[in-house]
Ligand binder design. Structure first.
Ligand SMILES: [Ca+2]
Ligand SMILES: [Ca+2]
Length: 242
């Protein structure tokens, strides 16, 4: 025997009657109170995760489905961005949107946005949308002393919590050549590699005049885009002596 309750019914009475064909007047009767299990609604995201560059807008479709076909209300309960609460029978969806701040530094690389779906029977489900906020590199220059006609190595510091490799473009004056010759990653207390130290070799032409020369450079992480959001400019100075 299969009992199929109507959606939204939480409990009810079931009456069973049984008899023999030969003696239809002799019936056996059972009455039973039945508690209908309420399954909580579940939440899904499309796409399942988001990636945002600083200043960029992202969106996801959030859907809640109640396995019992109950009326369900879906709302955002925590995290940044906006989502209008929606209610519907059995299944609802809405659009979540967020614009990552242009100056994002120190927010951390991840944002969690919480959603709750509640059905009319008191069942509820929670789910969290993960947003990876891509971190631009921050470059810091230094200084170096270079003998005229010789070369030396110096270190450039790049702060970037979510990228482990960077490309450099140097714009030195004529007579100066610069190239990256090595790299060290410095783990922090938690073992994360936020700081990257790039060793660069600076060589100076023997004909270069004495003086202090700035060497501008651009460092770019793999998430670079046409707007240059993921490039940082810095300069290091070096002193060339005769
Ligand atoms: Ca339900
Ligand atoms: Ca990065």
């Amino acid at each position: 025997m299969l009992f199929c309750p109507e959606p939204g019914v939480e409990k009810g009475h079931v009456t069973l009657e049984a008899w023999f064909d030969k003696y239809p007047e002799v019936k056996t009767r059972w009455e039973q109170e039945v508690l209908i299990p309420n399954e909580a609604p579940s939440i899904t995201f499309v796409p399942s995760e988001l990636r945002a560059k600083p200043g960029e807008s992202v969106r996801a479709t959030v859907t809640a489905v109640d396995p019992d076909g109950h009326k369900v209300t879906l709302s955002k309960i925590s995290g940044p961005g906006s989502f209008r609460t929606v209610t519907g029978q059995g299944s609802v969806s809405g659009t979540y949107t967020w614009t990552a701040p242009k100056r994002y530094s120190y927010w951390g690389s991840w944002q969690l946005v919480g959603f709750r779906a509640e059905d009319e029977g008191g069942g509820s489900g929670l789910a969290y949308l993960l947003i990876h906020v891509l971190q631009p590199p921050r470059a810091y220059g230094g200084s170096a002393w270079v003998p005229r006609g010789g070369s030396t190595t110096t270190t450039l510091y790049v702060d970037d919590p979510d990228s482990s490799s960077h490309t450099f473009a140097f714009s030195p004056s004529k007579g100066i050549t610069v190239r990256v010759v090595g790299k060290d990653d410095i783990p922090d207390y938690y073992g994360e590699y936020y700081a990257h130290l790039y060793r660069v070799e600076v060589s100076v032409d023997p004909c270069l005049c004495d003086g202090t020369y700035p060497v501008p450079f651009t460092v770019t992480d793999p998430d670079r885009d046409p707007r240059g959001v993921h490039a940082d400019r810095a300069a290091f100075m070096f002193l060339s002596l005769g």
